[in-house]
Write a protein that binds this ligand. Structure first.
Ligand SMILES: Cc1ncc(COP(=O)(O)O)c(C=O)c1O
Length: 360
């Protein structure tokens, strides 16, 4: 069967070239006579794969040498807990900005561990915008400020980096990491699950400034302490080796196709194509403030939700899959991560047009 256009929010579509290379190397990586999955994580072959993945990610994100790149497990969800455990540094309060479902989950997890102050929220308009920095009420003495760069469910994305002075800025970049250039030195810590823009599920990327490592007070249990993983070069326990290998292939491909500036151009073109169509149509609607619309996840509704099942069935017949919106919001959602080609978005727009003409 031909490959479909997969609009899943994650795990998500991966570059076909990467999958083909992985297939070619499946039984014999680099003349070793074995698959990467079968290699010892402490052997020189896998160590070279992990080192190249880290070096390439550093180059892509522009990571200075006073930051560490950690390859962890437990998803972004474990970071919701590790962040307060490590970054409170004996302080009581942490500031959070609430922009939707994922910010809420981060806040809920931190509440068990810190005195969470919600500095701003967009709940008043059903999380359809990013609260302007002028409206944030940051607390004095906060240990850090946390925000969610892209709300995967609501389809809301920051187009700017918050100013927090000397207070470390912490960002959940799960659903937009490596989709656009980033000013990394504005952050104390960024984190992301790999399963959207980077590779298979099971790998979590953390980039953390040196002065925020090993300062947990009280000291967290070993596996939850960034210092443990930094000291052991992310090999304290067995890392997700195959996921790191695929991530490395994705990073190489990004570097070869214009880095993050190239990715941003492609993502702007794809998102523009879809939003322009949605805005011209009376049949479909997207509720998000135009300036804060996500380039990665585009939620939209049909004029009549009774047509949803029909719409999805017709889409699947055309090889356009995983368009059903998140159960908490309903409607549709098209995720346009780096690996979604513009041909996929054009095929979606063609189908949207055809469906609206037939049913509108
Ligand atoms: C923005 C955001 N944060 C956190 C998570 C949770 O990630 P994980 O399932 O890797 O724990 C997700 C998952 O979709 C997400 O989109």
């Amino acid at each position: 069967m031909a490959r479909v256009f997969n609009f899943s929010a994650g795990p998500a579509t991966l570059p076909e070239e990467v999958l083909r290379q992985a297939a070619e190397e499946m039984l014999d990586w680099g003349g070793t006579g074995q698959s990467v999955m079968e290699m010892s994580h402490r052997g020189k072959d896998f160590l070279s794969i992990a080192a190249a993945a880290e070096a390439d990610l550093r180059e892509l994100l522009g990571v200075p040498d006073y930051y560490r790149v950690l390859f962890l497990q437990g998803g972004a969800s474990l970071q919701f807990e590790m962040i307060p455990m490590n970054l409170l540094r004996g302080r009581a309060t942490a500031d959070y900005v609430n922009t939707g479902e994922w910010a809420k989950k981060a806040i809920k997890a931190a509440r068990g561990l810190a005195d969470v102050h919600v500095a701003a929220t967009s709940e008043d308009r059903s999380f359809t915008y990013v609260p302007a920095q002028a409206d944030w009420e940051l607390s004095t003495g906060a240990a850090y400020v946390h925000y969610t760069a892209n709300e995967t469910i609501g389809g809301v994305e920051y187009g700017w980096v918050p100013q927090t002075g000397d207070v470390p800025l912490v960002c959940d970049m799960s659903s937009n990491i490596v989709s656009r250039p980033v000013e990394l030195t504005r952050y104390g810590l960024i984190y992301a699950g790999a399963q959207k823009n980077i590779g298979p599920a099971g790998l979590t990327i953390v980039v953390i400034r040196d002065d925020l490592i090993g300062v947990g007070d009280p000291v967290p249990p070993a596996m939850l302490d960034y210092a443990t993983h930094a000291k052991a070069d992310s090999m304290y326990n067995t890392p997700p080796t195959y996921a790191i290998y695929i991530a490395g292939l994705v990073f190489k491909r990004l570097l070869a196709t214009g880095g993050l500036a190239g990715a941003e151009q492609r993502n702007l073109a794809k998102a523009g194509l879809l939003y322009d169509y949605l805005d011209r149509s009376d049949f479909y609607a997207n509720p998000v403030e135009p300036a804060d619309r996500s380039r990665m996840n585009v939620p939209f509704t049909l004029a009549d939700s009774a047509l949803d099942a029909d719409f999805l069935a017709g889409a699947a017949e055309r090889g356009l899959v995983q368009l059903k919106g998140h159960r908490s919001v309903g409607g549709m959602r098209a995720s346009l991560y780096n690996a979604m080609p513009i041909e996929g978005v054009q095929a979606l727009v063609d189908y949207l047009t055809e469906f609206a003409t037939a049913k509108g």
